[in-house]
Design a protein around this ligand. Structure first.
Ligand SMILES: [Zn+2]
Length: 435
């Protein structure tokens, strides 16, 4: 099927940074075949035309780190003391969930992301084989990992291999699998060596939490005698362009250089880091060193949603605060950290992240006419500092309409809401009986 979207303003984020006013985007099935001025395109007559003349067309946003199923725990562990978020709040709640709960929670999380204009996500959690079927059904593009830890190693290794067998690792697939060691304090050298071997054999990427908390750093020092979580991974051959490290809050200058030298990708999740750990990753040093960096929302339990528009704004504000420099991370760069550069983090910049002929047809359209966006004095500034996920009107992934006029087409929203109401009530009841 051929589809023609007639903008409005088309923000390509391509290599020439073209902005077309007006512009059109044409795609054949799932591949973009034309991006340009309307008069440069000769219609063939078989296009399905979507008029979006009062809208801004953008590439779909790319989320480099989250756990969509943790939408289930939104606003259930806010403002908690340092070091308590995971062990005292999240782990006990997670233990009460069934795989079926996680399936529906993952669908909820992906629907939230799609509604906010996120078309690609990197997601990792336990029971991922069950969740993956629900995530795939929402229509989102995703790279998925099944959590690996020393504690439940045998079962989790089997789960991880099953996920790789089911979905493969080709970036061209809308859903693909990767390996997902939990973090440096939960994965010992033997497990890391197994992960590196499987990653090389299967051409699978590795997604890991790195240096997220001060407890993690202390654990690695105590158990392995190494100062620094990134140094620990480097010693075991676990850094490289196929490794996507989320957070990197506690890395020193030398470790930043190690990340840059090895080509390790970093998922920067400023809202989650500040909310749980009250601390920012050393982004200025990473930028100086040339670390490949993209934005991630992390999960709704720590954010408390998955909206990359909000994350772009917060990333800008928090990094300006951290550096004392209001010129640091400007709007155009922030937009790239959620599109082209985020796609590079996931090893998908040849497929998504910009509106470029030959890439996958992942694009979103935002209303221009909301009062909180008027009068569009600066395009990038308005998109990054004023727009919200709720401004997204249409979403296409892989050429398929997933959201049209803010209506989700891939999932029965009423059934989803009913399922989540039931699951939420049961979990709250269990929690109240525990107290
Ligand atoms: Zn995470």
């Amino acid at each position: 099927m051929k589809r023609l979207i007639r903008g409005g303003t088309v923000v390509t984020l391509d290599d020439a940074d073209r902005v077309l006013e007006p512009g059109i985007v044409v795609f054949d099935d799932n591949i973009i075949s034309y991006v340009g001025q309307p008069d440069g395109y000769t219609p063939t007559g078989d296009e399905e035309v979507l008029l979006a003349e009062d809208q801004v067309i953008l590439p779909g946003l790319v989320n480099t780190h989250t756990h969509s199923c943790m939408a289930l725990f939104r606003s259930s562990a806010d403002d908690v003391p340092l070091g308590e978020w995971l062990p005292r709040y999240l782990y006990p709640m997670e233990r009460q969930t069934t795989p079926d709960d996680l399936y529906w929670a993952a669908v909820l999380g992906c629907c939230e992301m799609l509604a906010n204009g996120i078309t690609t996500t990197a997601d990792r959690f336990s029971h991922m084989s069950v969740q993956a079927e629900g995530i795939a059904a929402t229509g989102i593009r995703a790279v998925l990992g099944a959590t690996l830890t020393d504690a439940r190693r045998d079962q989790q290794q089997a789960d991880a291999l099953a996920l790789l067998d089911r979905w493969g690792t080709a970036p061209e697939s809308r859903i693909r699998a990767a390996l997902a060691p939990h973090a440096t304090e939960t994965c010992g050298p033997e497990l890391l060596r197994w992960i590196r071997r499987i990653a090389d054999e299967r051409d699978a990427q590795i997604y890991i939490h790195l240096a997220q908390s001060r407890e993690e750093v202390a654990d690695v020092a105590a158990h392995h005698g190494i100062g620094g979580c990134a140094r620990y991974l480097d010693r075991h051959g676990m850094l490289g362009p196929d490794v996507i490290a989320a957070h990197c809050v506690y890395v020193d200058d030398e470790e930043v250089d190690i990340l840059a030298r090895t080509g390790t990708r970093v998922a920067h999740c400023p809202v989650s880091n500040v909310k749980i750990e009250a601390r920012m990753a050393p982004v200025p040093a990473m930028v100086r060193a040339g670390v490949v960096l993209g934005l991630g929302t992390d999960c709704a339990a720590s954010n408390n949603g998955m909206d990359l528009f909000s994350e772009m704004k917060c990333a800008g504000l928090l990094n300006k605060l951290a550096t004392g420099d209001p010129t640091f991370l400007q709007a155009a760069r922030l937009l790239r950290l959620a599109t082209t550069e985020a796609a590079r983090v996931l090893g998908m910049d040849h497929l998504v992240g910009s509106l470029t002929v030959g890439k996958r047809a992942d694009l979103i359209a935002l209303d221009r006419d909301a009062l909180h966006l008027a009068p569009w004095n600066d395009l990038y500034g308005t998109l990054v500092y004023a727009a919200r996920g709720a401004d997204v009107r249409h979403v296409f992934v892989d050429g398929r309409a997933i959201v049209l006029d803010r209506r989700l087409l891939s999932v029965d929203a009423a059934e989803l809401a009913q399922r989540l109401t039931t699951i939420g009530a049961r979990l709250r009841d269990l929690a109240s009986r525990r107290r």
